[in-house]
Design a protein around this ligand. Structure first.
Ligand code: KG4
Ligand code: ZN
Length: 353
């Protein structure tokens, strides 16, 4: 398909962590979004950076090729190349950045450097229902937990974020303590569905303002399991043997998962409610991989109805790490002629905009 004059077509690449993804976007419409997920990390219980870089190197060419084919697009018809420059694992970012730069040079097309967290927020602009500006976005992933006030595709501000673990980490680390395989977030969700969320009461942290903390909950879960459910704080007299602990988990897995999920979700939504009330903003969105959590989605929609919010949650494939969100952000940057030099650097940590 030929991009006619006036059309804007963007080829986008995302490689910040352990997903290699490519997407084609034409005039803000996503034509393809191909993601190769790296299974190699499961056996290690977390992402191994060097293995991630190698897998990106293997995947990137076939993934871009598939994205072009699915969109029925030829490279010659691409107007710009967008890629994730930050934040992420350095070795992973390098693969996507180097590929994008080489392509931009060879095709003599502009290069667009995209911030991964800005892209998670703008995933809400991919398809209807879209939020109206200004909106708030709760971005919850394995590496980040932020409340972002988004005034336009170009102006956004982090108004709250985690001071320790991210929400996804809280799910994954809880799952690990329960002996579940990595990444355990989806499994906690699965077992929680048949459990009683009110059975165990993990403490809610008292953090001022709009910031989050999950380390206290994590410690409470650790002691709770070490004490086979007899205490949420360290008590030597309750210390259980490994067998007692295992048996306790086995007999109560659904209720434990439901109670952990309930606490993580209430921490997230209480701060989101506070942010909405303080700013007076009523268009509220979710983003990031943890927004797949069924408990969070249900509680978010229920809260939105109660508070009179206009709620949006992107389709799941646009919530987890994906290149479609890089493409839509690239499209908006293209409209503003916001292009990067070919020697632009990558960064493991860079503040949002
Ligand atoms: O956004 P994402 O795909 O990658 C990062 O940028 O981190 O998020 C992955 C995180 C992992 O921590 C994973 O356990 C969590 O999202 N996650 C879930 C669910 N699905 C994915 N956590 C809880 N419930 C789920 N259903
Ligand atoms: Zn992400």
């Amino acid at each position: 398909m030929l991009a006619s004059a006036g059309n804007v077509s963007v080829l986008a690449i995302e490689s910040s962590c352990d997903e290699t993804s490519a997407s084609i976007c034409l005039d803000g419409k996503i034509l393809s979004n191909i993601t190769a997920t790296q299974k190699v990390h499961e056996q290690y219980g977390g992402v191994v950076p060097e293995l991630a870089s190698r897998a990106h190197m293997q995947n990137i060419v076939p993934v871009v090729d598939r994205a072009l084919k699915q969109a029925d697009f030829h490279l010659n018809n691409i107007n710009a190349i967008a890629f994730t420059y930050a934040p992420g694992l350095i070795g992973s970012l390098l693969v996507g950045a180097q590929f994008a730069k080489s392509l931009a040079l060879a095709l003599e097309k502009p290069l667009i450097a995209v911030h991964h967290m800005q892209a998670h927020v703008l995933a809400n602009l991919i398809e209807d229902p879209r939020p109206a500006f200004p909106f708030l976005c709760l971005t919850v992933s394995g590496g980040h937990t932020q409340i972002v006030l988004c005034e336009s595709p170009y102006t956004m501000q982090v108004i709250g974020e985690t001071i320790d673990d991210a929400a996804g980490e809280a799910f994954d680390k809880s799952a690990k303590m329960l002996g579940l395989p990595y990444p355990g977030g989806p499994l906690v969700d699965k077992y929680a569905q048949s459990g009683n969320p009110g059975r165990f009461h993990f403490p809610e942290p008292q953090i001022p303002g709009l910031n989050f903390s999950f380390s206290g909950v994590k410690t409470a879960i650790l002691y709770f399991l070490q004490n086979a459910g007899k205490s949420y704080v360290y008590k030597e007299e309750f210390l259980a043997s490994e067998e007692e602990k295992k048996a306790f988990i086995e007999q109560n897995l659904a209720d434990i998962c439901a109670s952990i999920q309930h606490r993580i979700v209430t921490i997230l939504l209480n701060k989101l409610k506070k942010a909405a009330r303080e700013t007076g903003i009523r268009d509220i969105c979710l983003a990031g991989g943890v927004s797949a959590n069924s408990g969070l989605r249900a509680a978010f929609l229920a809260l939105g109805q109660k508070e009179g919010w206009n709620t949006c949650i992107p389709r799941f494939e646009y919530c987890t790490d994906n290149a479609a969100m890089i493409a839509i952000t690239g499209y908006y940057k293209y409209l503003k002629n916001d292009f990067a030099e070919l020697d632009v650097d990558i960064s493991a940590r860079t503040a949002l905009i």
